[in-house]
Ligand binder design. Structure first.
Ligand code: ASP
Length: 348
């Protein structure tokens, strides 16, 4: 049954009693790095910092967590989130799925850099096979900062993961007292603590004064996701190409020559493509490479067009370019058929 925890950090929870002696939920806390685990040269430096803290340090910085859960922590990796690779994603997802299969684990909290948090959240959301809560959390200010937001964000994340109402909602993210669905959450500001939103869809609720208040539940979450990572050593390569006025063809040529198996275009407006992007799509079609039309707008749908099938395109629906890339990668682990991939974009 229990998958051994590779590195067990401080166990919090009612006076270090054995797990069975208290009724607190058992939460696995997985560290992956990010600003929440970073320190800078002084308390007023908020932008130049490096990852220095392990997950044990983050846990010990918030003694109040002991009133919420029995916590076992593991360091999965410890990097700025811009450095996360496909191999790391696969490692994290495999670990999360193993822990969730353990009847002794009630929920999971993952600390993560905010820059690519939505990509990891979306990836886990589409590959996790469990109703148990999985919560991703980060911080906008380093641990060394005046008014660092990491400790309270972490407290709220454990509160959320330990809460029965957080079951069956898919992967969740919490920062700045708000609760978001992985499917919709996005980083929308470069620096402020309210950097995360679910543009056009709204947050699911709030954590206020130590209590969870959920107001909506996402229906777009794969209770029985079709994607399985079993046996996968790597993920199909998918590039995102940003479209704009007077764009060139060369990025499409380069992506195809480099062996991209799929292309996501961050198009303008409702997934509109410049003339050269349209040429790029024709070139990709010749090489049997599916292209997804998404939008660089940051909010709103890209609606399917009757022309998409003929042109070899797939509408990203409500996924932004970075999330469309995750779904296209996962889709390509199963099929290269345009119509089938299109149906995944409608479903997920
Ligand atoms: N550079 C950080 C990262 O790892 C940003 C953050 O965590 O806020 O993504």
């Amino acid at each position: 049954m229990n998958q051994p925890i590779e590195r067990t950090g401080q166990r919090t929870g009612a006076e270090q009693e054995p797990l069975l002696m208290n009724t607190l939920p058992n939460i696995a806390l997985l560290g992956t790095g990010g600003t929440i685990a970073s320190t800078a040269s002084s308390a007023t430096v908020l932008a130049d910092y490096t990852v220095t803290e392990g997950i044990d340090d983050l846990l010990s910085a918030v003694p109040a967590l002991s009133s919420l859960a029995n916590i076992q922590c593991q360091q999965v990796f410890n990097v700025d989130s811009r450095n996360i690779t496909h191999a790391m994603l696969l490692k994290l997802a495999a670990k999360v799925n193993r822990l969730l299969a353990d009847p002794g684990i009630d929920g999971i909290v993952i600390t993560h850099g905010t820059d690519t948090l939505e990509e990891t959240a979306c990836f886990l959301h589409l590959t996790i096979h469990s109703a148990k809560p999985v919560v991703i959390v980060g911080a906008m200010r380093p641990a060394s900062a005046l008014s660092a937001d990491g400790p309270l964000n972490l407290y709220n994340a454990v509160l959320l993961a330990a809460h029965p109402d957080a079951r069956d909602l898919g992967v969740l993210a919490t920062l700045n007292d708000s609760v978001h669905a992985a499917r919709f959450v996005s980083k929308t500001h470069t620096a402020q603590v309210n950097a995360f939103g679910s543009p056009g869809y709204g947050s699911l609720g709030q954590i206020h004064n130590g209590r969870l208040h959920l107001f909506q539940a996402p229906i777009k979450h794969p209770a029985e996701t079709r994607f399985s990572l079993a046996g996968l050593k790597t993920l199909p390569w998918v590039d995102i190409l940003y479209d704009h006025q007077d764009a060139g063809l060369h990025l499409y040529e380069a992506a195809i020559a480099a062996g991209a198996q799929g292309i996501v275009i961050a198009g303008s407006g409702n997934g509109s493509l410049s003339p050269q992007a349209q040429k790029g799509v024709r070139l990709a079609k010749k090489h049997h490479i599916p292209c997804v039309r998404s939008s660089r707008c940051g909010a709103g749908m890209v609606s399917a067009s009757p022309d998409d099938a003929r042109r070899g395109l797939i509408a990203a629906q409500s996924l932004n370019p970075q999330k469309a890339r995750i779904l296209l990668m996962l889709a390509l682990t199963q099929t290269h058929d345009r119509a089938t991939i299109e149906s995944y974009f409608e479903q997920y």
